[in-house]
Design a protein around this ligand. Structure first.
Ligand SMILES: *[C@@H]1O[C@H](CO)[C@@H](O)[C@H](O)[C@H]1NC(C)=O
Ligand SMILES: *[C@@H]1O[C@H](CO)[C@@H](O)[C@H](O)[C@H]1NC(C)=O
Ligand SMILES: *[C@@H]1O[C@H](CO)[C@@H](O)[C@H](O)[C@H]1NC(C)=O
Ligand SMILES: *[C@@H]1O[C@H](CO)[C@@H](O)[C@H](O)[C@H]1NC(C)=O
Length: 414
């Protein structure tokens, strides 16, 4: 704890002495993007935007951001842990998936899960004062937030079904929902699962031990708390000098895998200006439990609490067999967090996998932010989606799925 605090003091000291590094080395427009909100980014890049609020059945008030195209097929995009709606646009109009979907004729909705910078509100709990506000993991996001978001989108657009895109935890919460509330399978045409996370026993990230130790040190078992809200801290701490920036990026790459060479270096401030965007520590604790148990199951409480909450002494496995919605899996070969073997195991249990594609040279972050994502992945997803959207029409039957392809590309330097 003392060491950790000293490290923080040192970083703050360095941050004050290193003022100006960011301004000297990055375009003003990039620095501005790092500080804007999702809606401000959309306005800056001349796209229409709307903000909608939806209240979950347990009282959380969530913000949905929309790039509206009224009358068009709605798509819902849900971000990963410590991330937000900004993730889908922060790389700019020539790269961001949300822009590509809008240009491909979709009505684009961007979700924000409870606890992040845009969904930090509740009908009766105060996130700054009430610990109970933070008493959730991604289990509750899957059970309450996703159904509320999906119903809101369908209600607002008068469509019966939407197409879903999730990254990382954005897929975990979908699998929680679709297995626990099977009726929602009928409200979704297809889930495009980017770096899908369910089983985690082959995780390769070098930071598991560190994170586990920090969690144990800083947070007691029964103290749900806010984790890493959006702040200027990352920009201040990492952009002191080239050496410190390299150190920061080294940590990021140890966490997500591979190098960070496929991501436009000039845009790194934008990423670190928007992430982390806030979560509950319970979300991390829940993933740590999965790494340990090798299961895909609900949060592990004490047997007594577990009995009260789930009616079972131990965590309940999510019934993957109950997921009937078509699933397209997009896997990054160098992903240290959700590794291809664990996704294989998930794929074997899913009954309706319509695509399973592995991308070499990519890691957990490249799959949404790589400079070549627009060329290599986004058109593929839209093609598969359009086919399934088309075959939704009742008089047509679903086409033969295409599975197991691998997209290989030579590594290249910018
Ligand atoms: C939180 O929600 C309440 C009730 O809808 C609203 O009055 C308030 O303005 C919201 N607060 C923030 C910070 O958005
Ligand atoms: C969090 O939720 C669990 C399970 O419902 C409950 O047992 C516990 O008391 C709650 N803790 C807080 C701080 O609200
Ligand atoms: C990287 O980002 C900068 C700033 O937005 C942009 O000018 C440049 O064209 C981008 N490079 C690539 C390869 O996308
Ligand atoms: C989910 O699947 C389990 C077994 O795989 C089955 O017993 C259960 O009835 C299913 N639940 C629903 C709501 O369909």
């Amino acid at each position: 704890m003392i060491n950790w605090l000293c490290g923080l003091c040192l970083a703050v000291q360095l941050a004050t002495s290193g003022a100006g590094y960011l301004e000297r080395n990055y375009p003003a427009s990039v620095i501005q993007d790092a500080r804007l909100t999702t809606l401000e980014l959309l306005a800056k890049y001349r796209h229409p935007s709307e903000e909608h609020f939806v209240t979950t059945s347990d009282g959380y008030i969530l913000a949905l951001h929309r790039i509206p195209r009224p009358g068009a097929q709605p798509v819902l995009l849900v971000h990963g842990i410590l991330d937000s709606s900004a993730s889908w646009i922060l790389m700019g109009p020539r790269n961001g998936l949300a822009y590509y979907l809008y240009d491909s004729g979709y009505d684009v909705w961007l979700g924000n899960c409870r606890g992040n910078t845009y969904s930090r509100n509740h009908t009766s709990l105060n996130p700054s004062k009430d610990r109970a506000f933070w008493n959730f993991s991604w289990h509750e996001i899957g059970l309450y937030d996703l159904p509320a978001m999906i119903d809101k989108v369908l209600d607002a657009t008068s469509f019966k079904k939407l197409t879903y895109y999730g990254h990382s935890q954005g897929t975990t919460v979908f699998f929680v929902m679709a297995s626990s509330l099977p009726a929602y399978n009928d409200k979704v045409i297809l889930i495009n699962a980017l770096a899908p996370v369910a089983f985690l026993n082959h995780i390769k990230t070098k930071l598991v031990k560190v994170v586990r130790a920090m969690m144990a040190l800083l947070f007691g078992k029964d103290k749900p708390m806010e984790l890493l809200p959006r702040s200027k801290l990352m920009l201040k701490m990492c952009f002191i000098s080239k050496t410190v920036l390299n150190l920061c990026m080294n940590y990021v790459s140890r966490a997500v895998g591979g190098d960070m060479k496929k991501i436009n270096k000039t845009m790194i401030p934008v990423i670190l200006g928007h992430l982390p965007a806030g979560s509950s520590i319970r979300q991390v604790q829940h993933y740590l439990q999965l790494i340990k148990s090798g299961r895909f199951c609900s949060f592990e409480y004490s047997p007594k609490k577990s009995m009260l909450k789930y009616g079972s002494l131990s965590p309940i496995d999510y019934n993957i067999e109950n997921i009937t919605v078509p699933v397209a899996l997009y896997v990054a070969e160098n992903d240290y967090l959700t590794v291809p073997e664990d996704i294989q195991r998930l794929a074997r249990q899913l009954s309706n996998v319509v695509a399973h594609q592995i991308f070499n040279n990519w890691n957990h972050a490249d799959i949404i932010w790589a400079t070549n994502a627009r060329r290599r992945l986004q058109p593929k997803m839209v093609e598969i989606s359009k086919r399934l959207e088309y075959f939704q029409k009742p008089w047509l039957t679903t086409p033969e799925p295409q599975k197991g392809s691998k997209d290989s590309e030579e590594d290249y330097e910018e």
